[in-house]
Design a protein around this ligand. Structure first.
Ligand SMILES: NC(=O)CC(=O)O
Length: 419
C-alpha cells in the first residue's frame, strides 16, 4: 500500500514529484482496477494537470492523489451515487470536502465506487485481498483502492458501518471522525443525523495526517502513540454475532495492548448505551425515507429491490418513534461521556468477521451503527488475520470530540499488534 504521510515528506523534500506520483498511481490503477473495479470514474489527465502547479508540494496534502467516494459531488467528474438514475450526472459545484481537498493541495484522481446511494445493494467492486470476496460497503471502492495501492488516501462515508467495515475487510485503516468534523455539504444525504465523512489510508498516522491537512486541526500524530492507555473492551450485547475470527482478533489485540503496557478491562456497556443500538435503524429509516423521497416516489422501478423494499418498510416509522429514538440516542451519548471518565478508549469488533466470500452482501453494520449514532471517533486498526489469511479488523472508539486522543490510541494498538 502507499504510505500517505511518508509520500508527503518525499514530495516536500523534492525527492519525489507530484507528477511522478500521479504516474505511479495511474500505472497501478491501469494494472489492477480492471479486476478490482474500485473506480466509477477517473480523471488522470486532470490530476496530471493539477500536479504541474508550481509549489504544490509545499501545500498541506503536498500533491497526494485521492479517490473520492461517488456520493460526494465533484464538478470535474460525474457523480452517480451508485445508481443509473444519476448516470452521467455532473454537479455544478464541488462538495465542501472536495474543496477542502483541493485547497489543501490534494489531487482528485477519480471517483471510487459506492453501493447504491451508499446503502446495502452490493456494487461490482472486488476485495484486493481476495478477489472472490466482497470488499464490504458502502465505501467499497475507497477501501479497495487504498488496499490495492492505487491511491494513498480515499474519502468515504458512514451512515451504518460504511467506513469501518470495508476498511476491516480490505485490511486498511478506516477513520470515521467525530460527527461533523468533515462537512457533509454536497454529499448525497441518506440520514442527516448519521451521515459522516471518513478517510481510508494504510496506517493510523496516514489518516491523521490527511485529516489534519483537510481541517487544520491538531490530528497529524506523526510517530506518536498513546502512553499506557486505559482500555475498556466491549463485546456488546451483539457478541453472539461475532464469528470466532473476530473474537480471536479482539483477544489478540487485548494481549498485544497488555504487553505494551495498557491497562485493559472487559466491561458490559451500560443499558442506556446498548439501547441506542436499536434507535439507530429507527432514525436511519425515518430520515432515509425522506432523503430519497424523490427517487422512491418517481423512480421506484429503477431502484434495486433491496432499496425499494427498505424504503417501503422505512415509511412506517412514525414521528413519535423517531423522536423517541433521538431521545434514546441523547441519553446514550450522555452516559457514554460518563464512561469515558474512566477509560481512554473502547476496543471492540470492526465487523462480524473477515470479508464474506461472494458478493451477495457487503456485510453487517452490527458493530458499527451504535458508534455512528454516538458520533464518536472510530478507527479500524489493522494487524490481525483469520486462519485463511484474510484481514480481520478491531475497532477503536474514542471520546466525542477527542479525535487526536483516538488517533493516538489507535496508533498505540497498531504498533502493539505489529510488534
Ligand atoms: N452507509 C452505510 O454505512 C451502510 C452500511 O453499513 O453499509
Amino acid at each position: 500500500m502507499l504510505l500517505a504521510r511518508d509520500l508527503a515528506l518525499e514530495l516536500l523534500s523534492g525527492r519525489l514529484s507530484p507528477i511522478d506520483l500521479v504516474a505511479r498511481c495511474a500505472e497501478t490503477i491501469a494494472a489492477r482496477d480492471p479486476e478490482i473495479g474500485a473506480f466509477a470514474a477517473l480523471d488522470i489527465a486532470g490530476a496530471e494537470a493539477a500536479a504541474a502547479v508550481p509549489g504544490l508540494a509545499a501545500a498541506p496534502l503536498a500533491g497526494l492523489p485521492l479517490a473520492i467516494k461517488d456520493v460526494i459531488d465533484t464538478r470535474d467528474l460525474p457523480t452517480q451515487y451508485g445508481s443509473d438514475l444519476y448516470a452521467g450526472h455532473r454537479p455544478a459545484a464541488d462538495a465542501a470536502v472536495v474543496r477542502q481537498v483541493k485547497r489543501a493541495g490534494g489531487l482528485v484522481i477519480g471517483k471510487s465506487v459506492t453501493t447504491e446511494f451508499a446503502f446495502m445493494q452490493p456494487a461490482g467492486t472486488r476485495n484486493p485481498r481476495r478477489l472472490t470476496h466482497t470488499p464490504g460497503g458502502s465505501s467499497s471502492g475507497s477501501a479497495a483502492a487504498v488496499a490495492a495501492g492505487m491511491v494513498p488516501l480515499a474519502l468515504g462515508t458512514q451512515t451504518g458501518g460504511s467506513v469501518i467495515r470495508p476498511a476491516a475487510f480490505c485490511g486498511v485503516t478506516g477513520y470515521k471522525p467525530t460527527f461533523r468534523t468533515l462537512p457533509t455539504v454536497g454529499m448525497k444525504t441518506f440520514s442527516w443525523h448519521l451521515d459522516t465523512l471518513g478517510l481510508f489510508g494504510a496506517r493510523v498516522c496516514d489518516v491523521g495526517f490527511a485529516a489534519a491537512a483537510l481541517t487544520g486541526r491538531d490530528l497529524d500524530i506523526g510517530d506518536a502513540v498513546a502512553q499506557a492507555p486505559r482500555i475498556a473492551v466491549v463485546r456488546t450485547a451483539r457478541a453472539h454475532l461475532a464469528e470466532p475470527a473476530s473474537h480471536a482478533a479482539l483477544d489478540a489485540a487485548i494481549a498485544a495492548a497488555t504487553r505494551a503496557g495498557a491497562v485493559v478491562r472487559e466491561i458490559a456497556l451500560p443499558d442506556e448505551i446498548e439501547a441506542a443500538d436499536a434507535a439507530h435503524p429507527v432514525i436511519q429509516d425515518f430520515e432515509g425515507n425522506l432523503a430519497l423521497a424523490d427517487e422512491f416516489d418517481l423512480h421506484r422501478d429503477r431502484l434495486s429491490a433491496v432499496l425499494a423494499a427498505y424504503l417501503t418498510r422505512a415509511a412506517a416509522v412514525t414521528p413519535d418513534a423517531y423522536d423517541e429514538a433521538r431521545r434514546t440516542a441523547k441519553r446514550a451519548r450522555q452516559r457514554l461521556g460518563d464512561l469515558f471518565a474512566d477509560y481512554d478508549m473502547l476496543l471492540t469488533f470492526s465487523a462480524p468477521g473477515a470479508a464474506p466470500a461472494g458478493f451477495e452482501t457487503t456485510g453487517s453494520p452490527a458493530f458499527n451503527r451504535l458508534w455512528t449514532l454516538m458520533g464518536t471517533p472510530c478507527l479500524n486498526v489493522t494487524g490481525c488475520a483469520d486462519a485463511q489469511g484474510l484481514p480481520v479488523g478491531v475497532q477503536i472508539v474514542g471520546r466525542f470530540g477527542r479525535d487526536r486522543a483516538a488517533l493516538l490510541s489507535a496508533a498505540f494498538l497498531e504498533r502493539a499488534l505489529a510488534n
